[in-house]
Design a binder for this molecule. Structure first.
Ligand SMILES: Nc1ncnc2c1ncn2[C@@H]1O[C@H](COP(=O)(O)OP(=O)(O)OP(=O)(O)O)[C@@H](O)[C@H]1O
Ligand code: SF4
Ligand SMILES: [Mg+2]
Length: 374
């Protein structure tokens, strides 16, 4: 019997092209939730007749990130952004929901051996570069650590060359490898963190407030570097920031979180220029100026309530100028928008919100854009 000729194995490049063509997102999270038990010790609870306290840090978050794109998660402190980041990279196990990487549910990879090849393909960059770099190691050893840990190279000369390349990739000098972390500025240290993250040839970077500890001018340099690296290496980013202004230039998609939930997401242009959720509008109003027009900002009003006992119905209702009785009683479901993306808001569903053009920062940016286009 004649045997069919063996099909040549699909190359990595071909596989990536096929998956892009098929529209498969690189990352998909579905109904992701993480609850923490923050109850007092058992004896205190019994003596003081306290119930268990469960903190829903993340509750039912779903989004996708297409390959080569940036999805930014924004929201005030404590809304659950870092918990999403930790769930995505596997530092926390979800209480509910799934994290899928290239269509593979991470929960199905049970053993370290099964997880290792997938885990190598994503890396995390943290806010404080100094805390995440071992102060006693030379920079070359810090950057080489993932190469050694993943067994990507064993020849020392080859590793040294690769470390030099990585330092150049983040616009530092190969000679900087001989120095220690304390010999660098904050921005340079974040470049070292990025070089270390790139050492295992990842495709996906989870960046948790990577520029929040830096001066504004240095922030811009790091953001530009990240954009350049994305283009050069085809990277996909989950970028986290408490500041919508920071994500304006780098995002393809933006998701806005409030008390553990994604209240609005969509393409960045749509979220910035046609924001729907009252919380998104409030955050946009607080941006001094998207495009440096010198407009005054409206500070964000009120504070985020405790996630241990969140407000009933829509969690945002105590701060929302459009709240009504339904908002106090009923949690809004996610609603698909004709303009793309989703929003959780009764007022949007009922069509009773004023047009989003009233948002000052957006108005200023739009005026500027129209002027430039005129
Ligand atoms: N390990 C934990 N145990 C108990 N509670 C936690 C834990 N990790 C996070 N939380 C709580 O979950 C909520 C969300 O925290 P998270 O760090 O994800 O917020 P965040 O949006 O990243 O805030 P920030 O902007 O301040 O970094 C907070 O109320 C936090 O106190
Ligand atoms: S559901 Fe109601 S309270 Fe919540 S954001 Fe919409 S209008 Fe405001
Ligand atoms: Mg955080």
């Amino acid at each position: 019997m004649s045997q069919a000729a063996p099909q040549p194995a699909e190359t990595r490049h071909e596989m990536l092209m096929r998956q892009t063509a098929e529209g498969m997102p690189l990352l998909r999270v579905e109904g992701l939730a993480r609850y923490f038990d923050v109850s007092s010790p058992w004896l205190n609870r019994v003596l003081q007749n306290e119930p268990r306290a469960i903190l829903k840090a993340v509750d039912g978050v779903s989004f996708e990130i297409p390959r080569g794109k940036t999805f930014s998660l924004v929201g005030e402190s404590g809304c659950g952004k870092s918990t999403v980041a930790r769930l995505v990279v596997g530092l926390y196990k979800p209480t509910y929901g799934h994290v899928e990487f290239e269509g593979v549910d991470m929960a199905t990879l049970k053993t370290r051996k099964q997880q290792a090849p997938v885990r190598r393909r994503f890396q995390m960059i943290f806010q404080d570069p100094y805390a995440s770099l071992n102060p006693r190691w030379r920079v070359a050893d810090i950057i080489a650590e993932p190469i050694r840990a993943h067994g990507l190279m064993s020849d020392e000369a080859q590793i040294r060359r690769r470390v030099g390349e990585l330092l150049e990739q983040v616009r530092l000098s190969p000679r900087d490898g001989e120095k220690f972390p304390h010999e660098f500025s904050g921005g340079q240290r974040q470049r070292i963190s990025i070089a270390r993250a790139l050492a295992s040839n990842p495709e996906f970077l989870v960046c948790d407030e990577p520029t929040s500890a830096l001066d504004v001018s240095v922030q811009a340099q790091i953001l530009n570097l990240m954009k350049e690296l994305q283009t050069e290496l085809g990277l996909t980013y989950l970028f986290i920031s408490h500041d919508l202004a920071v994500v304006y230039h780098i995002s393809d998609y933006v998701g806005v979180m409030y008390l553990g939930r994604l209240v609005e997401w969509g393409e960045a242009r749509r979220v910035f220029f046609n924001p729907q959720h009252p919380y998104t509008r409030m955050l946009l109003d607080a941006i001094p100026d998207l495009e440096m027009t010198g407009r005054a900002r409206t500070p964000v009003a009120g504070e985020v309530p405790s996630p241990i006992s969140p407000p009933s119905g829509c969690h945002f209702h105590p701060r929302c100028p459009f709240a009504n009785e339904r908002c106090k009683a009923e949690m809004p479901e996610s609603l698909g928008l004709a303009a793309g993306g989703e929003v959780r808001c009764h007022a949007v569903e009922e069509g009773r919100l004023p047009p989003p053009g009233d948002t000052g920062a957006v108005q200023a940016a739009r005026a500027r854009r129209d002027e430039a286009g005129a």
